[in-house]
Design a protein around this ligand. Structure first.
Ligand code: SF4
Length: 679
């Protein structure tokens, strides 16, 4: 019998951070084995986790640096590639200044890789650095930041099993985060009530005790309505409000007009259901609010998140087991990429870049005389900066903006208008096809480093496999580039970078490679080497300067692009259980692709009948930005006048709107007016 060995690892897809073992035989991966002792998933995996090995040995893996030439892609050595890249960075910086450079980090890469990428950007003199949180949960950082003082999940996922009431808004967790559904079902076993607010009748809604099927984009009106009922019936937690919050008077005043009758008219949810939901949430001893991109990806994304925080604060549902706010974030290290300061407005640890004096501590930590003081461009502002001529160079590490950014045609033109584009990835993605230089990166099991899950759990991943061809870990590429640029990166391995992170980011202060390798991770804040981590935030005080949370009233505004006579349907986009994000990995997995092979559009059967469309008809969907084709699926999941398309396939983001939330600059993906016809 062949000798086989098991190697612990973490799923490379979503932010739940499920653990499993990679089974090796003669150094080759032969299977995934479940890890029942893992505290997050207890051995369970969704289809993507089960298929995670497939992409490692995919024949389309990039194996050599590539340069675009008139003859097509030319292979080059690492020395040639990195010399060319360093020379180009020096040239653009010399001619146009550091603000002509932009660096886009990756929510798929490790903390150490993201930390070094933003450090390189800042040492070169620019804060033009961002990650794909800008497209999914930037509004969580702003919304929870200004109410609770920390833009992160307050309680571990396992806590959901201890909630008496779970209010879910804009999240199809049953399909997209199955380990979360396990916890919700455990809570229901104990008698908990599940309330799901969503414009679609998703599998999560089927699990619910009460479904609030609201009109798309009316989340704020609904949540304000719940709070109005709670206040009108005296169900708020006055002791919690008095001791731990400020600003209740402003909220009370703003909510007066959101009566159940008014809110029912705006949202389409029956007034009786609004009252029932409010009472259930407020009367529960412990209740949680769970949300996802259904509320964050809006031009009112920050206000949507703020309303969720106000609701939890009003009932004192924070700072204890089973009571908290749980944003289900996107990719496996989106939390970590933000923690590492891969954000234009924050240095590592969420220190604001443009606040006077904030540069001093980092200058000292990095041994520098100067750091950029101006707030940088966020990813969604970079496109216009390219057209305006101020941005000339972009370095994209491990992301595919062509398939994940709204108004994708405009984005593609911007990429082609750059003086120089370098893309570092494991495949020749649709974005990489626009690059001048492509660098082949190691995939998830081929490198070591730490990853921070949506519940703030930092886990260490070991290098288990060798990369194909000349592909290298992102960290090695960045170290070699930094040294060519004279930035003195003396790290020998990821553990050295983590040691610097621990010195720079207080919440990571107690972490080391050795400590993380011991178990299934630590939950930040973990400020010193003896600290056990902090699963529940805000138990004694909030993360604000005075320790108090703030109520911030928000007003409902009609969605930015409502349907009209020219574009009579409203398009919602979102995730599905079988694919992931831009699809650069999941669309290369036969196991996933055979079950979900193509782009589709969900359409209510009554709308289909009115337009003489059948199930399976290829229809054209057109918005003011572009058009695409998809196969019709007739379903009651969507209401009349509403369409749903997954965003994992090229085409969907040709349609989506690029208007931005004014605070977080997240685009309003959800809610594009459109029209449809048979192809
Ligand atoms: Fe991976 Fe997320 Fe699925 Fe867990 S839920 S197996 S982390 S994709």
């Amino acid at each position: 019998m062949e000798e086989r060995s098991l190697h612990p690892s973490i799923c490379p897809y979503c932010s739940v951070g499920c653990g499993f073992y990679i089974e090796l035989e003669k150094g080759r991966p032969v299977g995934i084995r479940y890890m029942p002792e893992h505290p997050v998933n207890e051995g369970a995996l969704c289809p993507k986790g089960n298929a995670a090995l497939e992409i490692l040995t995919h024949p389309e893996r990039l194996t050599h640096p590539l340069r675009k030439s008139e003859k097509g892609w030319e292979k080059l050595s690492w020395n040639e590639a990195l010399d060319t890249l360093a020379e180009k960075i020096r040239e653009v910086r010399g001619k146009a200044g550091p603000e002509a450079l932009a660096f886009l980090g990756s929510a798929k890469c490790s903390n150490e890789e993201n930390y070094l990428l933003q450090k390189i950007a800042r040492m070169l003199g620019t804060n033009n650095v961002d990650n794909c949180a800008r497209l999914c949960h930037a509004s969580t950082i702003t919304g929870l930041g200004k109410t609770l003082g920390a833009g992160a999940m307050t309680n571990p996922l396992s806590d959901l099993a201890h909630s008496e009431c779970i209010f879910v808004v804009g999240s199809n967790f049953a399909e997209n985060h199955p380990p979360v559904a396990r916890r919700v079902l455990q809570a229901k076993d104990r008698g908990a009530s599940l309330i799901v607010a969503d414009p679609r009748l998703t599998p999560s809604a089927w699990l619910s005790d009460l479904t609030l099927r609201l009109r798309p984009g009316t989340d704020i009106a609904l949540i304000n309505g719940l709070m109005q009922v709670i206040l009108a019936e005296g169900l708020e937690d006055r002791v919690f409000i008095r001791k731990r919050t400020v600003g209740i008077e402003g909220l009370e005043k703003a909510l007066k007009k959101y009566t159940p009758k008014t809110v029912s008219r705006i949202t389409g949810v029956p007034a009786g259901d609004i009252i029932k939901a409010a009472r259930t949430f407020a009367k529960a001893e412990t209740a949680s609010v769970v949300y996802s991109m259904g509320i964050t990806q809006h031009v009112s994304g920050t206000d949507n998140v703020t309303a969720c925080a106000d609701l939890a604060l009003l009932c004192g549902h924070l700072g204890k087991k089973g009571a908290g706010i749980l944003p289900l974030r996107g990719q496996n290290n989106v939390q970590g990429a933000c923690d590492m300061g891969v954000l234009a407005e924050f240095f590592p640890g969420y220190v604001k870049t443009d606040r006077a004096g904030n540069q001093e501590w980092l200058k000292k930590a990095w041994g520098l005389e100067k750091l950029p003081e101006k707030k940088g461009l966020v990813a969604t502002e970079m496109v216009d900066a390219v057209f305006g001529g101020s941005l000339k160079f972009a370095y994209i590490m491990g992301r595919d903006p062509v398939n994940s950014t709204p108004n994708a045609s405009k984005l593609k033109k911007a990429l082609d208008s750059l003086d120089f584009l370098v893309v570092q990835d494991i495949f020749l993605t649709d974005s990489a096809k626009h690059a001048d230089l492509v660098l082949p990166a190691a995939a998830w099991a081929e490198k070591e480093g730490s990853f921070t899950s949506t519940e703030r759990r930092i886990q260490w991943v070991e290098r288990t496999l060798v990369s194909p061809g000349d592909a290298k870990p992102d960290l090695e590429i960045l170290i070699e580039l930094a040294n060519r640029l004279g930035l003195d990166a003396t790290y020998k391995e990821a553990g050295d970078v983590l040691a610097e992170i621990a010195r720079t980011v207080p919440a990571y202060g107690g972490l080391s490679k050795e400590r993380l390798k011991e178990g299934c991770g630590l939950i930040w804040p973990c400020p010193d080497a003896l600290h056990p981590g902090t699963p529940i935030l805000h138990t004694e005080s909030f993360s604000t300067p005075n320790g108090l949370a703030s109520f911030v009233p928000v007003e409902f505004l009609e969605p930015a692009e409502p349907p009209d006579s020219d574009y009579p349907f409203l398009l919602i986009t979102g995730r599905t259980g079988l694919h992931y994000n831009a699809g650069s990995m999941s669309r290369r997995s036969e196991a996933l692709l055979c079950r979900e092979p193509e782009l589709y559009v969900e359409l209510n059967p009554a709308d289909a009948e009115a337009l003489a469309l059948e199930a399976g008809t290829i229809i054209v969907i057109e918005t003011r930005r572009g058009r695409t084709e998809a196969k019709a699926r007739l379903t009651q999941r969507v209401d009349r006048g509403v369409l749903f398309m997954p965003f994992h396939f090229p085409g969907t983001n040709l349609l989506t709107a690029d208007a931005l939330d004014r605070e977080s600059k997240i685009p309003g993906f959800k809610g594009s007016a459109c029209r449809i016809w048979r192809r």
